[in-house]
Design a protein around this ligand. Structure first.
Ligand SMILES: Nc1nc2c(ncn2[C@@H]2O[C@H](COP(=O)(O)OP(=O)(O)OP(=O)(O)O)[C@@H](O)[C@H]2O)c(=O)[nH]1
Length: 416
């Protein structure tokens, strides 16, 4: 739980720092006047970069989130700021555009985020384009035809007790905004990914910037910020995909190889392997096997002594201890071995209970208890005169692991 919260918090660090920077610049008017005219260009530039990144990494939802933010900025400028400050003519009057935009942005971001990505990318994009396009066009058409009715719906404060006047949003939009933020936050808790954190902060920034549409550069700066955050999330996810193992959340083989190249002169490496895992899979099924691997990974992640765990592949994990000897690392590994041995994994959950007596009898014959545990064996080696590089140390640790298996499993062997 603590790890989950730390991870969640870490997702917010970059977006919040960026947002704080932008807020400082706007509040204290720190942008040099010579740079103001470039802010419009940065919006276009970051939108283009973001859209290209989402296309390159096939992220449909990120693509639409970036599109919504970019379009909102354009509507804010051409549909609200210009008509209000310079009196330009628009098909929908600015007050109505303001009302509709403040409602549409959180709603579209929410629906887009809840809409699962489909395998067929082009179909997925076209379908979203059609649905969102129609939705926006219909609302704008209503705004054009019946501005008084639309404003009559948005302008009054229907529930005075539930209104935050300072935010400068119509109450209906405020509800859409708070509702979207709540649902998006729950989504983020369930699936702590950079994209969800980025879109959450981006939505807050964009909606709060809306009442400041007349500011000289605030809308452009905030939009650029939102676009940068959404683009960074695409890169972060691409990085995670390459370096992080999907099942366990541990860094994978590629990250290990990278780490091995940057080890100093002294280090110890341990190889660990789940005991009799084939039998476990055959007895309890692959799904429970996956659950066990997740549990083992979660335990290994907690390793002390400055060690770091990686998924080497299959049911094998590697632990790297920079600056440690094998003897120094051993007590930290021993703690993990014991923690895993003592961890009980539930075999069946309520939804998988047998539907009939016959099925129940069959299942009970296969598994007579509801909880099982697994053990792991480990081999550990250190860099020394005879083992000069990480590959040799890993090989020696692997041989020590083999020794631990032969000696009866559930133990740690040192390479000699
Ligand atoms: N559920 C699950 N099983 C996996 C995964 N990766 C590898 N395995 C299984 O891990 C098992 C490894 O079995 P073996 O290498 O024969 O070794 P073992 O049964 O653990 O026996 P010892 O190592 O001798 O204790 C195989 O059955 C693989 O299918 C995975 O991601 N999920």
């Amino acid at each position: 739980m603590r790890h989950r919260l730390t991870h969640l918090f870490s997702l917010f660090i970059a977006p919040l720092l960026l947002a704080a920077g932008v807020l400082l610049v706007i509040t204290f008017n720190l942008l040099p006047s010579g740079l103001v005219r470039f802010t419009e260009i940065t919006v276009w530039l970051f939108a283009l970069i973001g859209l290209l990144l989402t296309l390159a990494y096939a992220r449909t939802r990120n693509f639409f989130a970036i599109l919504f933010v970019f379009l909102s900025y354009q509507v804010m400028m051409k549909g609200i700021q210009l008509p209000v400050t310079q009196g330009t003519e628009t098909p929908v009057e600015p007050a109505t555009v303001y009302n509709l935009l403040s409602f549409l942005l959180p709603s579209c971001i929410l629906v887009n985020s809840l809409w699962p990505e489909r395998f067929h990318l082009l179909q997925d994009k076209l379908l979203r384009l059609l649905v969102f396009g129609l939705f926006i066009i219909i609302l704008l058409a209503i705004g054009h035809r019946y501005p008084a009715e639309v404003n009559g719906l948005f302008n009054p404060v229907h529930f005075p007790a539930l209104y935050i006047e300072q935010l400068g949003l119509p109450q209906l939009s405020l509800f859409a905004f708070i509702g979207s933020l709540t649902v998006l936050f729950i989504q983020l808790l369930i699936n702590p990914q950079p994209y969800y954190a980025a879109q959450w902060v981006a939505l807050v920034a964009m909606v709060l910037a809306l009442p400041h549409f007349h500011h000289e550069y605030a809308p452009a700066l905030v939009t650029s910020l939102a676009l940068i955050m959404l683009s960074m999330a695409v890169l972060q996810e691409a990085f995670q995909m390459a370096f992080r193992d999907d099942l366990t959340g541990l860094p994978g083989r590629r990250a290990l190889n990278e780490r091995l190249q940057r080890l100093g002169r002294n280090y110890a490496i341990a190889m660990s392997d789940v005991d009799k895992f084939k039998v476990f899979n055959d007895t309890y099924g692959h799904d429970l096997g996956d659950q066990v691997l997740k549990m083992v990974a979660a335990q290994l992640k907690r390793v002390g002594g400055g060690g770091k765990a990686y998924r080497y592949g299959g049911e094998e994990f590697t632990l790297v201890f920079p600056g440690k000897t094998a003897e120094e690392a051993k007590p930290h590994l021993e703690k993990l071995r014991i923690a895993i041995e003592n961890y009980q994994v539930k075999i069946r959950d309520e939804s998988k209970r047998p539907k009939s007596d016959k099925e129940g009898k069959q299942k009970r014959n296969q598994t007579s208890k509801d909880w099982v545990s697994v053990t792991i064996s480990m081999g550990i080696a250190e860099r020394g005169s005879d083992l000069g590089n990480p590959e040799e140390v890993i090989k020696a640790a692997d041989q020590a692991l083999y020794k631990a298996k032969k000696a009866g499993r559930n133990q740690i062997a040192l390479a000699k």
